[in-house]
Write a new protein. Structure first.
Length: 439
């Protein structure tokens, strides 16, 4: 027997989002005490995110109402609704290349094509007192707390996947990525081991272990101008152990296998960043720790693995809330310091021809570190210009929270003399623009 019309509210939930302990759930609500109400726990291999829960809730709402003439799905997620309406044709034409939760989106598309029902969608405002939305949200939270994951049927997505992509909608690069995504093969063992060490280091420092994809994503997005493109490339290559140091030279040049000034048997990136006597690391980390001391927060143990996972590190206050300004400052100090150490080591190895008489002096290192940090402050200051960057401009309050303690809070222009020196900022913030071709 066909029902004339069914209205379902859908929602998703994720506890500890972005960490290895994340738990995701979805909820479908039909009415108070309705036997059809559904709370689902979403397990591996599905990403444990809010968006995953939103999409699966919509998928289940369609699957469970095949006998209805009309289905009205109400959701507070613009992302999920756009995935099955505005973006549906474009994503389908491109074979869902680069689409997050592609397997779930394909399954929804398959269910829509197979369904005999007329499906409508509606955007509702979340957490606004709407009984249906609040009910779906409660069910999603209940699902996330369930002990065992439920079975999710994505079988119709295989038919959509077999359709492939429209050739005239693909570029050579996107076609190459789509072909690679269909090939079987996991992450290199050495890369996986290095990522695992980075995750463990972040967990030891913050108490929350990030997921592997969170480590990689933090290097790609470089949000709020915190992590530079140069450091991002350095960390990415280090996670893959792609630099020509240490063991790389074992069968090529044994003299380059070890760090001769330190008498190290095998040189490694960890040795360069944290132990080497010619890379200037001791002086650089001393300066970074001294700068951080002005925040009044204890300097954590900084390891090479923590440096690689720095984009996932969050500094929290005593109340347990994330302090965005201190998080940005810590990430800036760590990334600028680590990359400078690598530059100093390369300069000594290449341009100074490994001459122990030409090791960078403490004065040189201090000047280079001060210049790097000063440049970041000036760039932050310039990025607050709404005239130059419009809506993309950083908020001045956020920049002040970042440099508070290192800069004079009243005039906000001069870094403390004992940390960076005098005369580092000149001109007006509205007039300054960052260097480079995209300024």
């Amino acid at each position: 027997m066909y029902e004339d019309r069914v209205e379902a509210y859908t929602d998703g939930s994720c506890h500890n989002n972005g960490t290895a302990d994340a738990k995701c759930g979805s909820g479908v609500w039909y009415g108070e005490g309705d036997a059809r109400n559904l709370a689902t726990r979403i397990g591996d291999p599905h990403p444990q995110t809010n968006n995953t829960g939103e999409l699966i809730a919509i998928l289940q709402a369609i699957q469970d109402n095949g006998n209805s003439k009309r289905i009205l799905i109400s959701s507070d997620s613009k992302y999920a609704l756009d995935a099955i309406t505005t973006n549906a044709q474009t994503w389908s034409d491109k074979g869902y290349e680069g689409v997050a939760n592609a397997d779930i989106v394909r399954a929804i598309a398959g269910e829509i094509l197979r369904s005999k029902s007329t499906i409508y969608v509606r955007k509702v405002k979340g957490h606004s007192g709407n009984a249906g939305n609040d009910g779906a949200d409660a069910l999603a939270n209940l699902g996330a707390m369930k002990e065992a994951p439920d079975t999710i049927d994505l079988s119709l997505g295989d038919e959509i996947r077999a359709m492939g992509a429209r050739a005239n909608c693909m570029t050579q690069a996107s076609a190459y990525r789509l072909i690679r995504s269909k090939k079987k093969g996991g992450e290199r063992k050495r890369t996986a081991a290095r990522v695992a060490l980075a995750r463990a280091a972040v967990s030891h420092t913050t108490g929350m272990e990030p997921k592997p994809e969170t480590i990689w994503k933090s290097l790609r997005k470089r949000k709020k101008g915190t992590i530079t493109q140069k450091f991002s490339a350095f960390a990415w290559k280090s996670l893959h152990e792609g630099y020509k140091v240490g063991k790389y030279w074992k069968y090529i040049d044994e003299d380059r296998l070890r760090c001769q000034p330190c008498n190290a048997e095998i040189e490694s990136m960890e040795h360069i960043i944290q132990e080497c006597r010619v890379s200037g690391q001791e002086t650089v980390w001393k300066l970074a720790k001294e700068a951080w001391s002005h925040t009044g927060i204890q300097w954590p143990e900084v390891t090479f693995d923590l440096i690689l996972g720095i984009g996932s590190v969050e500094i929290k206050g005593r109340d347990g809330k994330i302090r965005d300004g201190r998080t940005r400052l810590f990430q800036i100090l760590i990334t600028e310091s680590a990359y400078l150490i690598w530059l100093l080591r390369c300069e000594w190895r290449i341009s100074r021809e490994q001459n122990t008489m030409k090791i960078h002096t403490v004065q040189e290192i201090r000047a280079r570190w001060k210049m790097a940090v000063t440049r970041r402050l000036r760039l932050d200051w310039a990025l607050t210009s709404k005239i130059s960057f419009g809506k993309r401009a950083m908020r001045a309050a956020e920049v002040k929270r970042t440099w508070n303690g290192l800069a004079d809070t009243e005039k906000f222009g001069n870094l403390r003399k004992e940390v960076v020196g005098e005369g580092v900022l000149v001109g007006n913030a509205r007039e300054r623009r960052p260097p480079g071709r995209n300024r």
